[in-house]
Design a protein. Structure first.
Lengths: 102, 169, 409
């Protein structure tokens, strides 16, 4: 039998790997991939707590569905922004898009 | 070591390995393909957790749409010279430090929680979360408002993405 | 002896238990055996499909087809396979080796995975999951990833362009496909494919013909067959995303495409034509496979018929057709079916079917009226005589210029 701690530690590890991707990568699309990993780790947490805690009450899965919708919306708008930025500045490296820096 | 535990460890190792390769790949398309592998691993976890509907929705939404969108965006924003530059920016040591410290903190907090070794409650035979999920998402006492808000959010994202990426002639 | 396959399965299970294997391992071995049997059956059928395809296309084109190799040319597919295997295995320079080699495998696997949820008999289905219909959509997404991998890994601009177009077409036509798949789910109150077949006392093609038509059209677009085969036409884009593939890798793509057509046939017959239903199926469940494949091959014949009769559609016409016609029509059909179903809560059986059929005919009629008014407006716009150039004679030098022709508009 798999205790819940295994799922939680796995989700924490995935979250931290995603966090490393967000903080350390240069390319903006690679940062977005890190964000996706973090959102998936959160989803695993939600569903694990649903299954082990209150499987009769469907709230855990309902919120996981909301997280899916939000993640999809965010990726769509984010990638549209990156493509638009690429057209103006010919780069998607996050530290070269610094016009607003003082 | 029961067979559940062995399967869990195998799939977890594969998913975490793929996730590491996502954040450290030099070639972005390889990173996207490893992302598809780790998303698939997460889908297998949903099956382990008896959330079959979420497993299939994960494949449809993440792999069938989001990952493909990312691959398209990568192909559209490549420079002509096509030599991938340095992978990490100058703060990557701090990033490693922060990730490891955060992981340690979360693990320590989890291990000091009393319900830590809880096992799965048994399920009734005719357990069908799909119908309950459907009813919960449209019933006024449950989650119809977040559901409608999510639809409006998706509509706004749809229109916004088209307008932002429109080529201004 | 009425259900041989289940009896054989039970016998193997008893054998394994008597040998002392743990229950988990028994289930694993039985499942692996089941997977092996289904995949072998489907792949052998795939080889037969090569022969069926070539004979029928020949007959449509008023010629004979292969008839030298074996009786009626039945050994022809084996000859094709041998030819493909002994061809040189080239990888283009600069291509990404692992991704290049993996793409055809994933494309074929994505088609084989669909057969896991097709119910063969009342008691025989690979995996009776409660979200079978959504699983089919998910597996279609995996096929899309394989195509992008193939197009990108070939290191070839035309392959990449072909892959982009293919993915655009597949992702666009997934929407009416999913909405049309939802109509049988609505009528049967379950997403499990075995459940949908079990609820079809009256075949759903009578209850929801418009949805069936939309499923067929979107299915043909999904598998990339004419009239939607712009993606791999030699005269257009030089074979699209599989330009650089030769030998058995191309064979895998080709076999995958044919198998996908048969799979769409099997899906259509399961969801709308009653699957394994037929006379005497209750006493002899094994007859279910027979009926299923008769219906699947009939739909496959229909798809081939359409392929060898209609010309190719241009890509902008194809996308217009999807977004401006099929998707609104599919949404309207789903909404009206749901409303009618709710209104007919207390009517059951025959009356229900007749009223649903009437509603569908109404939808078709109104669609035709709208299309007719739209096309007559188009005809007016194009049919007006265009004004001819008006040459002004008074300003020209003497001895020059013909008398002007005024506009006739």
């Amino acid at each position: 039998m798999v205790p819940i701690s295994w799922y939680l530690i796995f989700a924490a590890a995935l979250f931290c790997i995603g966090l490393f991707g967000v903080l350390a990568r240069k390319n903006a699309i690679a940062i977005l991939m890190g964000i996706e990993l973090m959102l998936n780790a959160v989803n695993i947490n939600l569903v694990a707590f649903w299954r082990y805690g209150t499987p009769r009450d469907i709230s855990g899965q309902a919120f996981a569905v909301m997280v899916f919708a939000v993640a999809a919306a965010e990726v769509a708008v984010g990638l549209a922004l990156f493509i638009s930025v690429y057209r103006r500045r010919r780069t998607v490296a996050a530290d070269e898009i610094d016009l607003l820096k003082w | 070591m029961t067979i559940d535990q062995i399967l869990f460890i195998l799939v977890a190792a594969a998913t975490l390995g793929a996730a590491l390769l996502v954040v450290t790949s030099r070639n972005l398309i390889h990173a996207a393909l490893w992302l598809i592998v780790s998303l698939f691993g997460i889908s297998i976890f949903y099956v382990f957790l008896n959330a079959g509907f979420l497993a299939v929705v994960q494949v449809v939404v993440y792999i069938g749409a989001i990952a493909i969108l990312m691959i398209f965006a990568i192909m559209l924003t490549r420079r002509v010279a096509d030599t991938p530059g340095p992978r990490f920016n100058s703060n990557w040591i701090w990033a490693v430090l922060i990730s490891v410290v955060l992981f340690g903190t979360i693990s320590w907090i989890i291990s000091s929680w009393p319900g830590i070794n809880g096992t799965k409650p048994g399920l009734v035979e005719a357990f069908d979360p799909v119908q309950k999920l459907g009813v919960a998402l449209v019933s006024p006492e449950a989650y119809v408002i977040p559901f409608e808000l999510a639809s409006v959010l998706l509509l706004a994202a749809l229109i916004g993405a088209i307008i932002v990426a429109w080529e201004r002639e | 002896m009425s259900d041989p396959i289940t009896s054989i399965g039970n016998w193997i299970e008893n054998l394994l238990v008597s040998l002392g294997t743990s229950p988990g391992l028994t289930v694993l071995i039985l499942t692996a055996l089941g997977v092996l049997v289904v995949i072998s059956f489907v792949l052998v059928l795939d080889i037969l499909l090569v022969w069926v395809e070539r004979k029928i296309v020949a007959r449509f084109q008023d010629r004979l087809g292969p008839n030298r190799v074996g009786p009626f040319g039945l050994i022809q597919p084996i000859a094709d396979v041998i030819k493909l295997i002994i061809k040189e295995d080239t990888i283009p320079a600069g291509a990404d080796k692992v991704v290049f080699n993996l793409a055809p495998v994933i494309a074929l696997v994505a088609v084989l995975l669909i057969w896991a949820v097709v119910p063969f008999t009342p008691t025989l289905v690979g995996a009776d999951i409660s979200v079978g219909v959504l699983y089919i959509v998910a597996v279609g997404g995996i096929g899309t990833v394989a195509i992008i991998m193939a197009g990108w890994a070939s290191n070839n601009k035309f392959a990449l362009l072909g892959a982009f177009r293919t993915v655009a077409q597949i992702v666009s036509y997934e929407i009416p496909l999913v909405i049309a798949l939802l109509v049988p789910v609505l009528l049967a109150r379950t997403m499990s494919v075995q459940g949908i077949v079990a609820n079809q006392e009256i075949w759903y093609i009578v209850t929801a013909p418009v949805a069936a038509a939309i499923l067929l059209i979107s299915g043909i677009a999904e598998i990339g067959r004419t009239p939607f085969d712009l993606l791999e036409a030699e005269s257009e884009i030089v074979a699209g995303f599989h330009i650089e593939y030769s030998g058995m890798k191309f064979g895998l793509f080709y076999a995958g495409e044919l198998l996908h057509a048969l799979t769409i046939g099997a899906l259509f017959s399961t969801l709308f034509l009653g699957g394994w239903r037929g006379p005497f199926v209750d006493q002899f469940p094994i007859l279910g496979i027979f009926y299923l494949f008769i219906k699947a091959f009939f739909v496959y014949f229909l798809i081939m018929w359409i392929r060898y009769t209609l010309p190719r559609i241009r890509i902008d016409h194809m996308l217009n057709f999807n977004w401006k016609f099929l998707t609104p029509l599919a949404i309207v059909v789903l909404m009206i079916t749901a409303i009618t179903d709710k209104l007919l809560e207390n009517v059951s059986g025959f009356g229900y079917t007749v009223i649903m059929l009437g509603v569908n005919i109404l939808i078709v009629w109104i669609t035709l009226i709208i299309l007719r008014s739209y096309s007559s407006r188009e005809r007016e716009k194009v049919g007006e005589p265009r004004p001819v150039a008006n040459v002004d004679v008074s300003n020209t030098a003497p001895g020059e210029g013909t008398p002007s022709t005024s506009s006739t508009g």
